[in-house]
Design a protein around this ligand. Structure first.
Ligand code: NAD
Ligand code: SER
Length: 310
């Protein structure tokens, strides 16, 4: 195995901002190239402006740094994606196929591809959703992630390309802001609780969704990527579970620390996206195959979020 030389696409987003420092701590600052469509500041290692639709530039960057692992984060998320479905499809799918095809040609050793609970749809079992349920997603983002999972499996089966993937729940952290998803409310609510002590939620009070604290998500990613290849039995994408809660439940948890905090509910188009997803996830395959176990529940996460944001 070569020493990892990692390229991260979409590194300036909510996940990348926290994954980059974790990867750099693990393999060294200069061995992780952070890339994005937008300029990245305050970086401790190499950065590149990189549009994932630009094949030539992807190849140039891979050659320049002798990249042998890719974390392909760049994508348009669920709510933002509905504003321009065809563009979302192009970025999410053409970008992914660029990465897979170039990786195959250049012999990239390992690829991480984040999928999402957005692959689930109205016909999916909502409670304790199994690993292989009916997948008929309602958003273009979900369609692209579901197709991406099948492409990942295809490239593994046909070319033995070692692509590993997680169906992340909504991610919540204090170091970065979310980028246009349906689960964004669960980050915004903390900022508003501390700032204005008032929040207008775009989902209904009782819409339950699977969520995960960012530290757990980063650790899951690193553990999945470190696992021996033969342990990775799911080559579409692993179900992954942290916690599940409704807007009212997280509001009441925050209110324990900020008693004057108020919430009102004004559901918009994101409510029907959220309703098409599921409430809780069965991630027993991840637990069996590579030993996944979450650490953070709602109350632990709330405490850490408030401590750090203050
Ligand atoms: P984000 O929207 O915060 O960041 C995405 C990044 O991709 C942005 O910095 C953006 O500039 C970049 N980007 C967009 N178009 C690009 C292009 N053409 N070329 C290069 N870069 C481009 O998203 P995130 O929350 O950091 O999510 C990262 C990945 O994780 C995505 O694939 C997303 O689907 C997945 N995911 C995230 C969550 C979550 O809750 N944040 C949940 C499930 C899955
Ligand atoms: N958190 C993401 C979204 O809401 C799920 O992938 O779009």
């Amino acid at each position: 195995m070569l020493k990892p030389k990692i390229l991260v696409t979409g590194a300036g987003g909510q996940l990348g901002s926290e994954l980059i420092p974790a990867l750099r701590e693990k393999v060294g600052n200069n061995n992780v190239v952070a890339s994005d469509l937008k300029e990245l500041d305050n970086n401790q290692g190499p950065t590149e402006l990189l549009d994932i639709l630009d094949n030539n530039k992807i190849e140039t960057v891979i050659d320049k740094y002798q990249i042998n692992e890719i974390y392909h984060l760049a994508a348009i998320l669920s709510a933002e994606g509905e504003k321009n479905p065809v563009r979302t499809w192009n970025i999410n799918m053409d970008g992914l196929l660029n990465i897979f095809e170039i990786s195959r040609k250049k012999g990239i050793q390992k690829i991480f591809y984040p999928s999402s609970i957005a692959v689930f749809g109205n016909q999916t079992e909502k409670i304790n959703t199994p690993q292989n349920p009916v997948l008929i997603p309602e958003t273009v983002y979900g369609i692209s992630k579901e197709s991406g999972e099948n492409w990942a499996n295809y490239y593994y089966q046909k070319y033995n390309l070692d692509i590993r993937s997680l169906r992340y729940p909504g991610l919540i952290g204090y170091q970065s802001l979310p980028g246009g998803g349906t689960t964004d409310y669960a980050v915004e609510i903390f900022h508003k609780a501390i700032g204005q002590q008032k929040y207008t939620c775009f989902l209904n009070r009782d819409t339950r969704l699977p969520m995960m604290y960012m530290d757990d998500a980063i650790r899951a990613t690193l553990e999945l990527m470190d696992a021996p290849k033969e342990n990775i039995k799911v080559r579409t994408s692993y179900n992954l579970s942290g916690m599940s809660f409704t807007p009212e439940e997280i509001y009441l948890e925050i209110k324990k620390y900020i008693p004057e905090f108020e919430i009102e509910y004004k559901p918009d188009f994101r409510e029907s996206i959220a309703r098409s997803w599921v409430e809780s996830i069965d991630d027993s395959k991840a637990r069996e195959d590579w030993g996944w176990k979450e650490v953070f529940n709602l109350s632990q996460m709330t405490q850490v979020m408030l401590e750090n944001l203050r």
